[in-house]
Write a protein that binds this ligand. Structure first.
Ligand SMILES: Nc1ncnc2c1ncn2[C@@H]1O[C@H](COP(=O)(O)OP(=O)(O)O)[C@@H](O)[C@H]1O
Ligand SMILES: [Mg+2]
Length: 134
């Protein structure tokens, strides 16, 4: 969450608007958790209709080309190393966040296209969604 916010700040031009949304819904194409064109993730899809909690960080920045969007969850990947070096990013933030999300039975995903900004979405199974309950 913190990394998503700092990414939205450091990897977009100054003044770029960022929207944070939190909610509960069911996994699906429109809500998150399942796959669709323009969405990338390092994790498998959740079952369609699964109750989920969602935290979304959506920026109005330049967005990413599909080839970069496919790679942002890889360790050490930085779409623009020349610029990224100036803020000292390691390229590990999203890889770590994605691993943690998957450890909790959820996933981290990105909806983006050039000119459409980046919407990073943390999707977790809702606390009372059955087998996941402890
Ligand atoms: N909101 C964003 N807008 C555009 N590019 C982004 C955004 N968030 C992440 N990226 C790209 O994904 C790469 C990987 O992000 P991350 O794993 O957090 O590493 P770091 O922030 O250390 O560079 C970044 O270097 C950047 O190229
Ligand atoms: Mg980062």
């Amino acid at each position: 969450m913190e990394n998503l916010l700092s990414n939205a700040r450091t990897h977009t031009p100054p003044g770029t608007r960022v929207h944070v949304r939190v909610g509960m819904t069911e996994a699906g194409r429109g809500t998150g958790g399942t796959d669709r064109p323009g969405r990338t993730t390092a994790s498998p899809p959740l079952p369609e209709g699964l109750p989920i909690s969602v935290v979304e960080v959506a920026d109005e920045g330049p967005g990413l080309e599909p080839v970069d969007a496919e790679l942002v969850f890889e360790r050490f990947y930085r779409a623009d190393p020349a610029r990224s070096r100036s803020h000292g990013g390691s390229g590990l933030g999203l890889a770590i966040a994605a691993t943690i999300a998957e450890g909790h039975g959820g996933r981290l995903e990105l909806d983006t296209a050039p000119g459409r900004g980046c919407t990073f979405r943390l999707v977790l199974p809702a606390a009372d969604s059955g087998p996941e309950r402890r």
